[in-house]
Design a protein around this ligand. Structure first.
Ligand SMILES: [Zn+2]
Length: 431
């Protein structure tokens, strides 16, 4: 049942939809593309965006903490993708804290302001940084992933304050870079000690309440052969003949496919909200010359796994070694495995109070919402694993995330603003 205070806020949001829309359009207008893995993005507006957000937070009486991440100073541990050499000097983190009398529960609202590149411009029918409104949609990179979520959370707080309501629990707003690549922005907040009784990341989730996400692991398998003339008959390898590394790599790739097949049917890989573990060859490099036996093939793979999986690496290694054992060459020249990077998945109980409150709020507004999982991961992994904070995500449709003509539906943006306002009120309590 909605209280009179809640009704007042919902009415305010309905009467001022234009302000939510304009906030999002402004956020989209800042170019904040994540720098590529091996470089620095030039001409991006990270600082400009963060000073815009800082002004909004300051205007709402948040105390600010703004800093630049020194990746080399972050604590590295298994399950965190810390890249100490990555230069994040240009991409500030802004954390705002709104203190209360401390009688209620505290809450973190977290959003990443980095976006993936727009890709080929010819695939866009709207300016990716224009925030154009056509019909019921706002178009632009980040519209749903997740500047829409940031706009909704800021506007939710604004309308709570406009209604003259004071929260009983501390509210922390974190706006961070790097979600799209390393998750170091939120990790930096966690390592700086920001804590709360619960957290919400309004990532796109089709308005479901995200409670579980898979971890990821990537690596490289090097398969060896022996070089030789491709147009000359080769003796057996034991007599010095050439060995085709591509043919050996085919066996390794088949083994990876078998592994995925096995995981698909194994009971310990079943999860209520997530697909089973999977390993996918994603890049292949091999061969030196068109008339030479290739002497080396490198297979890069990406693997996703459910939070309860703890021995993924050993399983991959065992599978590769068992196929190598069936091949006389590979038995004596085994493939080499190297990890590149990995992050643990995370999950919370679907009955955690924060998840229940979010689902109740959505349903009272007539929005369908259920507990859900995500095949990929979000910054919630650090809030859950490192800071031990029950964290959910709820946000608009993810249909166009990372695609050309990304958009958010205006009704969904407004609905999200309302849901967040209700959840903030009900979690923190108010007077
Ligand atoms: Zn996102």
């Amino acid at each position: 049942m909605l209280t009179s205070k809640e009704r007042k806020i919902l009415n305010l949001i309905d009467e001022n939809k234009g302000e939510v829309i304009e906030c999002l359009r402004k956020l989209i207008s800042f170019k904040t593309v994540t720098p590529p893995e091996d470089g620095k993005a030039e001409g991006e507006d990270y600082r400009e965006l963060q000073s815009y957000l800082s002004n909004i937070l300051e205007g709402m009486n948040f105390g600010l903490d703004i800093w630049e991440i020194d990746a080399s100073k972050l604590e590295s541990f298994p399950g965190a993708l810390v890249k100490p050499n990555r230069d994040l000097g240009n991409m500030p983190v802004v954390v705002g804290k709104l203190e209360s009398d401390g009688k209620g529960r505290s809450l973190i609202l977290n959003g990443h302001y980095d976006v993936v590149p727009p890709g080929e411009m010819e695939n866009w029918s709207h300016d990716p940084f224009g925030g154009e409104i056509v019909g019921s949609k706002i178009f632009g990179r980040g519209a749903c992933d997740m500047k829409g979520g940031i706009a909704a959370m800021l506007e939710a707080v604004k309308f709570i304050q406009k209604a003259g309501i004071k929260l009983n629990g501390d509210l922390t707003v974190e706006t961070v870079p790097e979600e799209e690549i390393t998750e170091m922005g939120t990790l930096a907040c966690c390592q700086k000690g920001y804590k709360a009784d619960a957290a919400i990341i309004p990532e796109p989730t089709n308005m479901n309440v995200l409670v579980a996400m898979r971890g990821s692991l990537s690596g490289k398998i090097t398969v060896f052969g022996r070089a030789g003339h491709a147009e000359m008959t080769q003796p057996h390898w034991r007599e010095g003949g050439a060995v085709n590394a591509i043919s050996k790599a085919v066996k390794v790739i088949h083994a990876l496919e078998e592994l995925t097949e096995e995981w698909r049917t194994r009971p310990d890989k079943r999860h209520k909200f997530l697909d089973p573990d999977v390993i996918t060859p994603t890049l292949i490099k091999g061969g030196e010359w068109s008339v030479m036996y290739p002497e080396k093939v490198e297979i890069t793979f990406d693997s996703m796994f459910i939070p309860s999986t703890v021995n993924l690496w050993e399983e991959i290694e065992q599978k590769i070694m068992s196929v190598a054992a069936t091949d006389s060459w590979m038995k004596e020249h085994p493939p080499k495995l190297e990890t590149d990077s990995g992050q643990y998945g995370a999950e919370i109980d679907e009955n955690e109070p924060i998840a229940r409150i979010a689902m109740e709020a959505a349903s009272e507004l007539g929005i369908k919402s259920k507990p859900a999982g995500m095949g990929s991961l979000t910054d919630a992994i650090h809030l859950i694993n490192y800071s031990k904070i029950p964290t959910i995500s709820i946000g608009p449709s993810d249909k166009t995330a990372h695609m050309a003509d990304e958009f958010v539906d205006i009704d969904e943006l407004i609905n999200l603003t309302k849901v967040l306002a209700l959840v903030i009120l009900r979690w923190c309590g108010c007077s």
